[in-house]
Design a protein around this ligand. Structure first.
Ligand code: GDP
Ligand code: IMO
Ligand code: MG
Length: 424
């Protein structure tokens, strides 16, 4: 019997690597595009034909007609935000009801989860994570605590279940001293969102996906966040609350690991992070501001400034290992176009000792060891073929491939769908 394959695409840094753009570019090669974790903390940007879209919960495969898109069981879904996102897409001529299926097992983000997110952050004071405030942590906490509310629950006695969960959350908020809120309006929109969900196919998505595979079709799993935000392997506790790594695609969709084929690892030609937490190669100088300006490094969801720095090969080697990355995709190469020299962190030095292995603690006393390479000082945004790459850029790619022991198969030189070069 023929079986199809599952490829996984995920971020190798602290998120915002450009996953949305590449999923859109690769979608024509697949039958199904599926999100497996995260929720509206994600902001995946796509640009084509002069239009720009930012997707949060909806997979980035919805613009390349005729594909099935799935929101898997590992995702946490906010019905009100989902409704706003879906309606916006519909308005711009991209109706979803026939193209999107939602897992019954995806957990619902309640308005009180968002309050709890804010309350926990306030409680942490200067140690706060800098979350997106979308209720991600509290919703996954309820899931793991076996007290969550799932999409499939909307079909049976939902109002009562909702009130029970809400009452429990209100008790928790009271304990946290967080009582100054009014969710009357939000709750109304949230309930409208629940009604809105009913027009979509709410499915046992694990069965849908495995049937797709049995029929010899192909699936692309779209990661959210990035490996350094993974709850197990990221810069804990400054992480998100899900498994953003390749294994998350198996648990977040119900796919056997033996079905996974290619693992596409996405990275920027430099590095960014939004929110709090350690970032060894962060630049606090003019170069950092220059990267931010040239790369328009402001959060797609929160508008927050992204912290910027040089590429970190220690963290990337680790991410490649954890995910079993088979090919790399390098984004935002054009942002480095004007730099005289480019630095890459090849090792960390701590207490005078150099290491190339990613350590337990990257917060204290880590000093990046850099290799400096010449810049290419050419505009790459109009390049369409690999043979047009400036020599210094080719050298940069080769250097990275050697350091990372993984081929860079796709290079992105601008935000548009067209500004993508597949290497032979
Ligand atoms: P995602 O969360 O991984 O999907 O990434 P985001 O959408 O949050 O952030 C990536 C940003 O970079 C978006 O604004 C994209 O439009 C933009 N972008 C993607 N690829 C490129 C590229 O190659 N060059 C430039 N200049 N911008 C890019
Ligand atoms: P995409 O999919 C970048 C960060 C937040 C915060 C931490 C925890 O667009 O790459 P959370 O709200 O998840 O509890 O926040 O994770 N974060 C992201 N940073 N890109 C994202 O998603 C992110 N999603 C969460 O800034 O530091
Ligand atoms: Mg993003």
């Amino acid at each position: 019997m023929e079986t199809g394959k599952v490829d996984v695409l995920l971020g190798l840094q602290w998120g915002d690597e450009g996953k949305g753009k590449v999923v859109d570019v690769l979608t024509p090669n697949y039958d199904v595009i599926a999100r497996f974790q995260g929720g509206p903390n994600a902001g995946h940007t796509l640009e084509f034909e002069g239009e720009k879209y930012v997707l949060r919960s909806i997979p980035s495969g919805i613009f390349q007609g005729g594909k099935t898109n799935i929101i898997g069981n590992g995702v946490v879904l906010a019905p009100d935000l989902f409704m706003a996102e879906a309606k916006e897409l519909e308005k711009s001529g991209h109706p979803l009801t026939k193209r999107l299926k939602i897992s019954k097992k995806a957990h619902l983000i309640m308005p009180t989860h968002r309050l709890l997110d804010a309350a926990y952050e306030a409680r942490k004071g200067k140690n706060k994570v800098g979350t997106t405030g979308k209720g991600i942590g509290p919703t996954y906490t309820d899931k793991i605590s076996r007290t969550g509310l799932r999409v499939g629950d909307i079909f049976d006695n939902f109002e009562q279940k909702y009130q029970q969960h809400k009452a429990r959350h209100e008790e928790m908020l009271k304990d946290l001293g967080y009582t100054d809120y009014d969710i009357t309006d939000v709750e109304k929109t949230w309930m409208e969102g629940i009604e809105y969900l009913r027009q979509f196919e709410i499915v046992d998505s694990e069965h849908v996906i495995n049937k797709v595979l049995r029929d010899g079709k192909t699936v692309l799993c779209e990661g959210a966040q990035g490996t350094m935000l993974d709850v197990d392997f990221g810069s804990y506790p400054f992480v998100t609350s899900s498994n953003t790594i390749c294994a998350g695609a198996c648990s977040g969709l119900g796919i056997g690991p033996n079905k996974v084929g290619e693992v596409y690892g996405i990275m920027k030609a430099y590095c960014t992070r939004v929110g709090a937490g350690p970032f060894p190669t962060e630049l606090f100088d003019e170069t950092g501001s220059r990267l931010r300006d040239l790369g328009h490094e402001y959060g797609a969801v929160t508008g927050r400034e992204r912290r910027c720095g040089w590429i970190d090969l220690v963290a990337l080697r680790y991410a490649i290992m954890i995910n079993g990355v088979t090919q790399l995709i390098m984004m935002k190469s054009d942002v480095l176009d004007g730099f005289d020299t480019i630095k890459a962190c090849v090792a960390y030095r701590k207490d005078g000792v150099e290491t190339r292995d990613f350590p337990f603690d990257i917060e204290h006393g880590i000093e990046p060891v850099y290799t400096e390479l010449p810049g290419w000082k050419k505009d790459m945004t109009k390049i369409t073929r690999e043979d047009q790459f400036p020599k210094e850029f080719k050298d940069y790619i080769e250097f990275l491939e050697t350091e990372l022991e993984t081929p860079i198969k796709i290079v992105s030189v601008g935000p548009d769908r067209e500004q993508t070069i597949v290497r032979n």
